[in-house]
Design a protein around this ligand. Structure first.
Ligand code: NAD
Ligand code: GLY
Length: 366
């Protein structure tokens, strides 16, 4: 079914762009046409998404007389590397793609982050469009222009801020998303409630079973509300000098889990869920949250079928991994904590021994 998409605008002066959210958008290539400089695009996708969506998407674009090149990458967080990035550059150069050719990311956050970084750097910058196909990418990673690849020493350590020209979120593409990936996306949706919108948190608590059952109305509302939050934060603080850092609730712990266990072992959203429980525990031990608040944090992630028990990596290892974080400032670790549910803040002022206790007491074997 094709419906009129909802639109959220990311306001960044002459780099502003719309996020279009709706069903059947992959079948409406005319939505992209006004955003193309040349009638030529290169579509970056992966080996899982290509067999499901690439032909349909490409056929539609070609029907609009748009020349297409497909670049299909291996699938997985473990491939978010320089080597994979170079595959994109090789193909763009071999096909003589130009600075005004548009790069399109068709996939989840991994494809979006790699493709965005390629677009930021190929011939010093080419236009790009995000076509996110996971819930996580539709509610978070496709919006806001953070692009990156991983380094063995730290996640998303090499990248650029580079905004897309358009985000096209086809909610029908979530029909083929595995349940585990749907839950991982819900982790980032819960995040908006925890950091800045208590009413939305309550709505998520009341509607979690609808989201897990892929109720279209519930998903559409969750995506729209999340994009509204993301667009507002990005417009206020594009390069993360303040408020945008709050979108990293649970991520410093989560990134340590992801790289500590090996990229791809836990999904990003799963690591964020368990990491957020650690951030809530620390907030409680610092006297800001009650035990009942922490229980509520645990329960909402649990109800989304997400892990709430962070793995035991050892306190020293956690601290080492968490030290490779982009929020580290003048050598000092900074964490996003909760002063209440629905209200987050960034701080370097936390007792180091309390953090060590949380990393020891609230992490688990197996
Ligand atoms: P992902 O890109 O690995 O996609 C998850 C899996 O689902 C993959 O196997 C993928 O091939 C498959 N898939 C994608 N769409 C599908 C569909 N419609 N049907 C069936 N299978 C589909 O993971 P993700 O959760 O989308 O993104 C995680 C990545 O996003 C991490 O690398 C994380 O660091 C990054 N991220 C970036 C930002 C940002 O602001 N740039 C924000 C949050 C997360
Ligand atoms: N996902 C965090 C951010 O975009 O800032």
């Amino acid at each position: 079914m094709n419906t009129t998409p909802s639109t959220v605008r990311v306001s960044l002066g002459d780099r502003s762009y719309p996020i279009l959210i709706g069903e059947g958008l992959l079948d409406q290539p005319r939505l992209l046409v006004p955003h193309l400089i040349q009638k030529r695009v290169a579509i970056v996708t992966n080996t899982t998404i290509a067999p499901i969506y690439l032909e349909q998407f490409t056929r539609g674009l070609e029907a609009e007389a748009i020349q297409t090149l497909a670049i299909t990458l291996p699938d997985g967080e473990a491939f978010k590397t320089w080597e994979t990035l170079n595959i994109v550059f090789d193909r763009l150069l071999e096909a003589r793609c130009e600075r005004n050719t548009t790069l399109i990311a068709l996939g989840g956050g991994v494809i979006g982050d790699i493709c965005g970084f390629a677009a930021a750097t190929y011939q010093r910058g080419m236009p790009f469009i995000q076509v996110p196909t996971t819930l996580l990418a539709q509610v978070d990673s496709s919006v806001g222009g953070k692009t990156a690849i991983n380094h063995p020493l730290g996640k998303n350590m090499i990248g650029a801020f580079y905004q897309p020209k358009l985000v096209l979120a086809d909610t029908s593409s979530l029909d083929t998303l595995p349940d585990r990936e749907l839950s991982a996306g819900i982790a980032e949706v819960i995040k908006y409630g925890l950091i800045r919108d208590l009413a939305f948190l309550q709505w998520l608590e009341d509607n979690m079973s609808r989201l897990l059952a892929r109720d279209r109305g519930a998903l559409a509302y969750a995506i729209l509300r999340s994009c509204e939050h993301k667009a507002e934060v990005v417009a206020a603080d594009e390069r993360e000098s303040g408020e945008r850092a709050l979108l990293n609730l649970g991520h410093t712990f989560g990134h340590a889990i992801e790289s500590g266990l090996g990229y791809g072992e836990w999904l990003h959203g799963e690591a964020v869920a368990a990491g957020t429980v650690l951030a809530a525990e620390l907030s409680a031990r610092m006297g800001m949250l009650t035990e009942s608040d922490v229980g509520r944090v645990r329960r909402i992630f649990e109800s989304a079928r997400l892990p709430i028990r962070a793995p035991k990596l050892g306190v020293a290892r956690y601290l080492e991994l968490m030290g490779h974080d982009k929020k580290v400032d003048a050598g000092r670790l900074r964490l996003v904590l909760l002063r209440a549910l629905g209200s987050a803040f960034l701080t370097a002022q936390f007792p180091e021994d309390t953090l060590a206790e949380v990393l020891s007491d609230c992490t688990f074997d197996g």
